[in-house]
Design a protein around this ligand. Sequence first.
Ligand code: SF4
Ligand code: SF4
Ligand code: F3S
Length: 268
Amino acid sequence: LEQARRPSVIWLSFQECTGCTESLTRSHSPSVENLILDLVSLDYHHTLQAAAGEAAEEARLQAMEANRGQYLVIVDGSIPGPDANPGYSTVAGHSNYDILMETVEHAAAVIAVGTCAAFGGLPQAKPNPTGAMSVMDLVHDKPVINVSGCPPIPMVITGVLAHYLTFGRLPELDAYRRPMAFYGQSIHDRCYRRPFYDKGLFAESFDDAGAKLGWCLYRLGCKGPTTYNACATMRWNSGTSWPVESGHPCLGCSEPGFWDDAGFYEPV
Ligand code: SF4
Ligand code: SF4
Ligand code: F3S
């Protein structure tokens, strides 16, 4: 039997740190192997592709032509905007902005993976020397899904992709275009330290008696009450733990304004 054609995915990496791809490779259900070998045709991805140089760029153009109107574009990293010096970030001699706009022109949808792509993230932090912008700042004529987090939870990246491939439509999104299934509740809503918050029992330093007893980390700057993500339920490292469980406050990494607005280690 002829194998059904797998949907073409073009993954573009711009001003990023590879953390989002690192996270993707740690998904266990579906695993990244399962994703690449069974579910999608990953036709372009700097870190994971075997091809390099002109052959890699040719693969991107061929995938766009062969799957016109049907391919999915995934972006990690922010983009120096149209008014920025195009030399701040280039691939194969082309600016990030030109590659993004060329690649999304005939895409079915765009998924911005990571807070850099979704909201600007680290490159957009003051003074934003490269004029970094998010995907949704620049792409206005295609559906854009934001899978925020610095990086996002591995299973959230693959889960959003699997949903789109299975149902062929966008999941329900919140006001920031994040899938409600993963970003519909705050960290604080589902945090196992919440009973201590409700009783007014707070750690005042990272090594005091309250910290050792597992009390709430709000006074150490936890942004759980204003951060929407699935860490408290899905956890990290195949469900092993998550920041608050390891004794660290949530820094709000999945919210717009991360880094400038988060105020690390300062109570809000
Ligand atoms: Fe790196 Fe975080 Fe940006 Fe992903 S969102 S590219 S992990 S800085
Ligand atoms: Fe809320 Fe953070 Fe305290 Fe958990 S540790 S209850 S998320 S403030
Ligand atoms: Fe990010 Fe907070 Fe989760 S910092 S990883 S959203 S616990």
